[in-house]
Structures are given as C-alpha cells and as structure tokens.
Design a protein around this ligand. Sequence first.
Ligand code: ATP
Ligand code: MG
Length: 509
Amino acid sequence: MEIKPSEVSALIKAQIKDFEKKVEDDDVGTVVTYGDGIAVIYGLKDAMNGELLVFPSDVYGLVMNLNEDSIGAVLFGDSSSIKEGDIVKRTKKVFEVPVGEAFLGRVINALGQPIDGKGEIAYEKFMPVEKVAPGVMTRKSVDTTLETGIKAIDAMIPIGRGQRELIIGDRQTGKTALAIDTIINQKGKDVICVYVAIGQKSSTVARLVERLRKHNAMDYTIVLSSSASEQAPMLYISPYSGIAIAEYFMEKGKDVLIVYDDLSKHAVAYRTMSLLLKRSPGREAYPGDVFYLHSRLLERSCRLDKKYGGGSITALPIVETQSGDISAYIPTNIISITDGQIFLMTELFNRGQRPAIDSGFSVSRVGSAVQKKAMKQVAGTLKIDLANYNELAAFSQFGSDLDQETIKVLSHGERCMEVLKQAQYSPLSMVDEIIELFTVKYGFLAPISLSNIQGFLHELHQYLNTHHKELVNTLEKRMEFDEDLISKFKIAIGEYQTMFLNRYSKEVA
Ligand code: ATP
Ligand code: MG
C-alpha cells in the first residue's frame, strides 16, 4: 500500500477508529507510520520506556517515546517488511542480551548474535541492557591497578580497576591503539575484556580481531561490533549490550575491562534516532537527554564491595574531538562523567611522539591511590619535569646561548619524552616500566644521544635479566625501593651504561 504524506493523517484517523473496533487488549498496538527504522504506534497504553516490542515476522523494536496517544519505537534488524497497519505486541520485558562464558573469544553484534561465522553461542541466561547502576553502598573505592603496559599511562595517569578513564583526541591520533594495547596487556592478569566497536567499518574490526588473536588476547576478550552500515538503533544499543555482558562477569566476582570505541559516533546515532523520533534538538542538534545517555552507561562501571561479589568494571570510553576542541558538547559531557582523561594530540603524533599523550591535559583522579609504590618513587616528578621542559622548550626555541641550568632541564625533558615513546602492540611489564623510568630519573641517559635511547633501553632489559636477575626479581616482589635497592640498581645500570658507551665510542671510532 503506497501512501502519500497528505494522506497520512487521514490514515491515522481511519486506523485509530479501526483500532478501537478491533483491539481491546492494551498489550497489542498498530503501526501508524514506519520509516528509517522508526515506528509510531497507536495503542500499547501501558508500554514501558525501554520495553521490547514484537512486530510481524519476528522483528523487534524498543520503546523510546511515550506520548499521550502514541508511542515511538526503534526497530532492530531487517525491518524492511514492516508497514502501516501491522500489529505490534508487548513483551513486558526490557531489552535483554544473551550472556555466558561461551562468548569469550567471539565477535557478536549488538543483539548478542555471533557475526564471526563460528556458529551459535551457547548462552547461560539473558541480562537486561538497561539497568540501574550499583548503589553507593555496594561499591568500594578502587584497590588494584589496571596495568595498561603503556609507560606514559602507568607512570603519569595510572588507572585503577573500576575506574572510568576517557581516551580523547582527534582522528588518527592512536586512541584505539591505546585501548587495544591495554587489552593485549591483560593476558594472564585475570581480567575479562569487552571491546565495543560503535560505527566502525567491519573490515577495521576484522583486522583488529585478527590482531587480538595473534597476541592470544581473544581467549579472554569479547568483541561487540555495530558497524557503520547498520541502522542507528543497533549503534545506539551496542554499548548497553556490551556492559550487560560485562556485568555478567562482574557478578561472578571477575574484573572486567570495557572499551567503547567510540562514544562520539554513539551520540551521533542517538541524535539521528532522536531527530527521526521528532524530539526537539538542543545544543549541536543533540537531544536534551544526551548527557543522561552516557552517564547512565558509565555509572555502571565500578568496583563492588566484597560483600557483593567484589568484581569490577573498568571503562575506557573513547571520544573523537574536532581540531582538539575538548570544549564541544559531547567531549565536555563525557569529561565530566569520567574519572579523568588521556588526551592525545595530533601535533605530538606528527612529531613522532607516540603514544601522543599530552601530559599536561591528561589526568587520572582515582588511580594514583593504587599506583605501585616503586612506580610512584620513579615517576613522581615526571609530570612536573615535563611541564618545566615544555615551558622552557617554547621559550628557548630561538635562543642560542642558554645557561647550564636550562640546558640541563631541556636535556632531561627530551630524554623523558624519548623514554615515554612506545611502539604499538608492545606493552611492557610493570617492572620493566619502572626500570626504564629509574634509568632516566637517576640521569643514566644524560650521556646517551637521543637516537640511541631506544636501543639503550632495549638492551638494558636483556642485560639486567642475564646478569642481575635477582635484583629484578626483588623489585618485582617488593614493588618498592629502599636505599639499598636503589644503590644496587644504580651499580648494575652504571655497569651496563659504561659498557654501552665504550662500545658505542668504539663503533664511532
Ligand atoms: P580513528 O580516529 O581513525 O579511530 P585512532 O585515533 O583510533 O584513529 P589508531 O587507529 O589507533 O588511531 O592509530 C592511528 C594510526 O597510528 C594507525 O596507523 C596506528 O598503527 C598508528 N599508531 C598508533 N599508535 C602508535 C604507536 N604507539 N606507535 C606507532 N604507531 C602508532
Ligand atoms: Mg580508532
């Protein structure tokens, strides 16, 4: 049946009249209009917000708008067969996704269906995608670090299990790379990972899964993808499905890491849906409740008290900025909901400083409470050192005769920046990170030229592990330096430094 726009109101009237005759049951309604994945339904007087609806040929929808005489619903999956006049039934259930141990290692869509061609997934039960976050009384402050294996983060912006840390930056600045490296680093650390890809290309996600498999990281990871080619409702629901799966593991007392990549695309999908649902647009055309969209999602990450199972969910939401503008609507919203942010800068990235983390703008408001003592001892002044360096570097750019003190600060700063560089897919153990930062803190890199620093550090680990294994083991066990351990490390690294410099001067000669 083809309907012209002018005939719609007549149709609605006719259908409403028709409806009254045919349907007495409040649990059944009729589609008045349908288009772009959005259905307006008459009837269903008692439908709840977020309730699941069943349309003909097993198409499912979600109640989004509760108006006085109609409701708006978004539809999932292939809804091309839906037309005006179709009967809609209530399920009296909020939308749920299947969960279970068997999901580990799998790639699924926002409805929990497998999309990796590896067959059905045996689920244990269903969990609601929308749920009230655990209350304050059931929570506990973070008490364990989440080791990312990325030097710059573990040293300056430490993350605790149960924390929400935003990764923010322009496009192509290494945001995804940070999250993926963190997942790779959870190997053997008893952390379940959920990676939610929102609005990315399927081929990008496939490559990423391949990469995780190569590092044996899929054993403890679930990838949930709602691709760019899917309709807005699938994108909208995907992070909630992701956290429902994470909650299943948290309820079992596990520590979970969830990555939302990214929430900017999620907000855009929600805006699309809201405009189609005829909600009034606000700032940047987003609907007024876009803050609530992300706050109710991120609130669900926490560390539970032992009495409630003691599990945790750490969230790493990702947000894309335009030209580094963190004061746009979505970035400011999410910054205010999270416990800190890791800010990536295009300029640093292009200069070759990768990961391109800006130490000045990045903070972690929770994690420092659980940072390992030894890391605090070697990295305590790093942020200030870098701030001093950046300030002087800007000043001295054009100056030629600098005083000794300035040269020293600049040289130290350059070496700190060099130490913080790290290639992709190569997370370091906490001990190795501490040793590298120890080396720069106590000036062992001062006589090494910048271009040799990566090589110096690389061989340093080999040297220590062959000649001073005991020392490394002691540090690993204690995770704290005393005077004695400091001097022993100084002697060992000094030995190696002399050797390195000798060899290098020979090579030059
Ligand atoms: P997008 O905005 O497209 O999602 P993104 O911010 O997530 O981008 P990535 O895809 O993680 O960025 O990285 C962008 C490019 O930079 C990739 O080619 C990646 O391989 C490279 N890259 C990221 N981190 C590093 C690193 N530490 N060292 C070297 N190259 C890196
Ligand atoms: Mg990315």
